[in-house]
Ligand binder design. Structure first.
Ligand code: NAP
Length: 342
C-alpha cells in the first residue's frame, strides 16, 4: 500500500493504492487488468482523477488511462475527430480551435481526460458532450473485444450515461469520436456569454470568455484541491417547484423539456450562508458554493463531514436533498455517495 494517490486526484487527498500503473496501449491495459483480477484484486481505471473522492486506501490496482492520439478527418460539412481516451480535455479544445474547428469552446477548462468526458456527459455554459459526440469506443475487459457505441446507445443524460450504469465495470473507454459542424452556431445563453453579439462573435472570443469566467469563479486545483461541482443541480417535479418558488421567488430555476425544473445547487447552498464553511481542512469555496475545496490538508473524512453538513442545512431549509456529482471510491471500488453523506 505505498503508491500515493495524491497526484492522481485533483482533490489532493492523501490515500494510497497497492499498485499503480500507467497504461499507454490497450494490450498493456488489458494485461494489467487480467493480472490483478486473477489475483482477486479490485481494479480502478482513472483518467486524471478530477471527479473522485478517495474515502480509503485502494486495496488493488489503479490503472491510469494514457491511450493517446488525435486523428482528424475533414468532410464536406463537418470535422470528425477520433481522440484517444487519455488526451487532456482542455488541450483537445485548444487543438480544435487552433486548427479552425469550432464547437468545443464552451467546454474550455473542464478538468479531466477525453475518455472521461462521456461518463458524466460533461457540460458547461449550455453545451454538453452529447451535442458533439458521435461514438465512444470501448473494450470489454474480460475478453478484449472492441465495441463502438453510438451516441444514442450511450444514453446520455444530465451528468449521466450508460458508463455510470451497465457499462461501469465491464468496459474501458479507449477513444471517443466527435463531430464538429463547419457551420458554427455560437451558444451564448449563459452568464457573461449573453453579452456577446451572436452576429460578430468568434469561437476564440467565446473560448476566452469561458476561460475568464471559470478562472474568476472556480478554484484552481493546483492551489486548492477540488473536484469541480461537488453536488448535482437538483431536478425536481413541477408541483414541488411551484411550492418552493412561491416561498423563494428569487430562486434561479430552469424548466426542463420533460416538465421538471432544475434548481441551482450553488444558490441553495449560498442561501444557507455556507460559503466559507469548514470542517477540518475542507471548505465551501467562497466564490462558488457548489465547489468543496481542500483548503488545508483535508482528509476525505473532512470532505464527507462537510458534504453531510451542507446537505443537511439545504435539506432542512428547502426540503431539497442534494446528491454528490463527485464519485466516491472505497477500498475495493465505487461506493454509494448519497448514502455516504446522508
Ligand atoms: P451559474 O452560471 O452560476 O449558474 C448556476 C446553475 O444554473 C448552473 O449550474 C446551470 O446549470 C444553471 N444555469 C445557468 N444559466 C442557465 C441557462 N441559461 N439555462 C439553463 N441552466 C442555466 O453556473 P456556474 O457554476 O458558473 O457554471 C457555469 C457552467 O459550467 C454550468 O453549465 C455548469 O454546469 C458548468 N460547470 C460544471 C462543473 C462540474 O464540475 N460539473 C463545474 C463548474 C462549472 P447546468 O449546470 O445544468 O448548466
Amino acid at each position: 500500500m505505498n503508491h500515493s494517490l495524491k497526484p492522481w486526484n485533483t482533490f489532493g487527498i492523501q490515500r494510497n493504492a497497492k499498485q499503480l500503473v500507467r497504461a499507454e496501449n490497450i494490450q498493456q491495459l488489458l494485461d494489467v487488468w487480467r493480472n490483478a483480477t486473477e489475483n482477486g484484486e479490485p481494479v480502478l481505471i482513472l483518467g486524471e482523477g478530477s471527479n473522485v473522492l478517495f474515502l480509503e486506501d485502494f486495496a488493488g490496482t489503479v490503472i491510469i488511462n494514457r491511450l493517446m492520439g488525435i486523428k482528424v478527418e475533414e468532410r464536406a460539412d463537418s470535422w470528425h475527430l477520433h481522440v484517444g481516451a487519455g488526451e487532456n480535455w482542455h488541450q483537445l479544445v485548444q487543438f480544435t480551435l487552433e486548427n479552425g474547428m469550432a464547437g468545443l469552446e464552451n467546454l474550455a477548462l473542464i478538468p479531466g481526460c477525453a475518455g472521461s468526458s462521456p461518463i458524466q456527459n460533461i457540460g458547461a455554459y449550455g453545451i454538453e458532450l452529447k451535442h458533439v459526440c458521435e461514438y465512444v469506443d470501448c473494450v470489454e475487459l474480460a475478453t478484449g473485444d472492441a465495441l463502438r457505441l453510438t451516441a444514442a446507445q450511450c444514453r446520455f443524460g444530465y451528468r449521466d450515461s450508460i458508463f455510470k450504469h451497465e457499462y461501469q465495470d465491464r468496459y474501458v473507454i479507449v477513444a471517443i469520436g466527435l463531430r464538429l459542424a463547419k457551420r458554427w452556431q455560437p451558444v451564448l445563453t449563459y452568464g457573461d456569454l449573453t453579452r456577446l453579439d451572436p452576429l460578430t462573435v468568434t469561437p476564440r472570443e467565446v473560448f476566452d470568455a469561458v476561460c475568464h469566467m471559470r478562472m474568476t469563479k472556480l478554484p484552481d486545483p493546483k492551489v486548492h484541491g477540488n473536484a469541480g461541482s461537488f453536488f448535482k443541480n437538483p431536478v425536481i417535479g413541477s408541483k414541488t417547484a411551484g411550492k418552493l418558488l412561491a416561498q423563494w421567488p428569487s430562486a434561479p430555476h430552469y424548466p426542463q423539456a420533460d416538465g421538471s425544473v432544475k434548481l441551482a445547487a450553488g444558490w441553495l447552498i449560498d442561501q444557507c450562508q455556507l460559503k466559507g464553511a469548514t470542517q477540518g481542512g475542507a471548505a465551501v469555496h467562497q466564490q462558488q458554493a457548489l465547489v468543496l475545496i481542500n483548503q488545508d490538508q483535508a482528509t476525505s473524512e473532512d470532505v464527507v463531514r462537510l458534504a453531510h453538513y451542507v446537505r443537511q442545512r439545504v435539506g432542512e431549509k428547502f426540503n431539497v436533498w442534494l446528491e454528490p456529482e463527485v464519485r466516491f471510491i472505497g477500498r475495493t471500488g465505487e461506493v454509494n455517495a448519497v448514502e455516504t453523506i446522508a
